[in-house]
Design a protein around this ligand. Structure first.
Ligand SMILES: Cc1cc2nc3c(=O)[nH]c(=O)nc-3n(C[C@H](O)[C@H](O)[C@H](O)COP(=O)(O)OP(=O)(O)OC[C@H]3O[C@@H](n4cnc5c(N)ncnc54)[C@H](O)[C@@H]3O)c2cc1C
Length: 373
């Protein structure tokens, strides 16, 4: 796309805004994939975000808001859009009340670390999730039995249609499993988030079996010092390549590539029968399945592996592979293009559907490219 020089000049006049036309999405995403937008607009204050997005919207151009780029699959080549990077990153923690506020561009894991260090509990299970604070409500990030929605009280939004900067209650986002009404809609930009944490230094009740076992929990919903839970979560995540490390290609990913499918009881039974016929009783009886709103939640990673896509698939030479440590992460081994990633994602989605009759849905946000395109 040819940049609009007059628009770029006007963006550059906004306080706390820097604009360039060189940055590629590959420079901004954890998959290190994606082409060059018309321009990249870096905003160092919430007010700069409102002014820049307001100006871009008035000009009628495509806008992509980017935090840490850890949940994005972006097309190769020239991109017909302007990227707005959120760099406002102030964090305030009130240890007495447990109230935490973070501007959208703050690194999420630093928000968790600062809160835990201040003796606050409730988000320690979300340690090590890459990306920005502002993106956490977008897909209601979650891990190890917790979700940001458990603790989110309010968000400050720039409402793009109404051109209003306002605080709204978390309930208005309709947070659900890896979803909110902000995801895909682009209706608003999160400028700041507010969390209410517990002041007794203890974690949220532990709900995730492997984490509870690792900590030696003796009963359901046990609570441990938040700092201890954070360390254990980071250890578990590192073992799966789920903590960013530039030197480790298993972390050049968008995290879990597919959401865990929620199916009706009949479909869950049919999947179990297929596993029994192929892998035997022990595998079928151990199939992960959990009651969930709308049906039964299955494990996408478990299905992918049993449909014939093991860790490291397809081979050591491939530009994009299933992570060697976690079946649910698709990883760039260094020289990949988005087209390679889409090819592997399609092969896995189709393979699982052919084998089990369950269609996996990708978790990241796709820009300029589609799984079925
Ligand atoms: C190694 C790895 C592990 C991961 N583990 C987990 C996990 O355990 N649990 C989990 O839930 N996710 C996980 N993820 C996914 C990802 O980290 C989260 O979704 C994270 O919240 C994305 O934040 P981000 O700032 O990188 O968002 P980006 O990738 O920059 O953006 C994602 C989407 O949110 C939008 N967006 C970003 N910021 C804003 C904003 N301020 N206002 C409005 N829209 C915005 C973007 O436009 C885009 O549509 C993982 C990713 C990786 C790479």
């Amino acid at each position: 796309m040819t940049p609009d020089n007059e628009l770029i000049r006007r963006l550059g006049e906004i306080d706390a805004v820097r604009v360039d036309t060189e940055t590629r999405l590959a420079d901004l995403t954890t998959l290190r994939l994606g082409g060059r937008p018309a321009a990249t607009v870096r905003c160092a204050s919430p007010e700069a975000v409102c002014a820049a997005v307001g100006l871009l919207d008035a000009a009628g151009v495509g806008v992509l808001v980017v935090g840490g780029g850890s949940n994005l699959v972006v097309a190769d080549g020239g991109l017909d859009l302007y990227v707005v990077v959120l760099e406002c990153d102030e964090v305030s923690v009130d240890a007495a009340s447990g109230l935490v506020r973070a501007q959208a561009g703050a690194v999420w894991d630093e928000v968790v670390a600062t809160s835990v260090a201040a003796g606050l509990g409730g988000i320690e299970c979300l340690s090590g999730i890459p990306g920005s604070a502002g993106a956490t409500p977008v897909q209601n990030v979650g891990a190890y039995g917790a979700e940001v929605g458990d603790r989110l009280t309010r968000v400050r939004l720039w409402d793009r249609a109404r051109r209003v900067d306002e605080w709204v209650p978390a309930a208005s986002l309709e947070l659900a499993y890896r979803w909110s009404n902000l995801k895909y809609s682009g209706r608003a930009v999160v400028l700041e988030i507010e969390l209410q944490l517990a002041c007794d230094g203890l974690s949220a009740p532990l709900r995730f079996g492997a984490l509870a076992r690792a900590l030696g929990a003796e009963h359901a919903d046990e609570r441990f010092p938040a700092a201890q839970v954070r360390e254990e979560v980071l250890k578990l995540r590192r073992g799966k390549g789920m903590v960013l490390d530039a030197a480790d290609h298993d972390t050049w990913s968008a995290g879990s590539f597919f959401t865990n499918p929620v199916v009706d009881a009949e479909t869950a039974g049919a999947v179990c029968d297929i596993v029994r016929a192929t892998y035997g009783d022990a595998e079928a009886d151990g199939m992960p399945r959990y009651a969930a709103p709308g049906g039964v939640k299955l494990s996408a990673a478990w299905l992918i592996e049993r449909a014939g896509f093991p860790r490291g698939y397809p081979d050591a030479e491939a530009p994009v592979r299933v992570s060697t440590r976690h079946t649910l992460a698709l990883t760039n081994r260094g020289g990949a293009r988005t087209a390679d990633l889409v090819g592997l994602a399609r092969e896995i989605r189709d393979g699982v559907r052919d084998y089990f009759g369950v269609t996996l849905v990708p978790e990241p946000v796709w820009v300029g490219v589609e799984l079925d395109g």
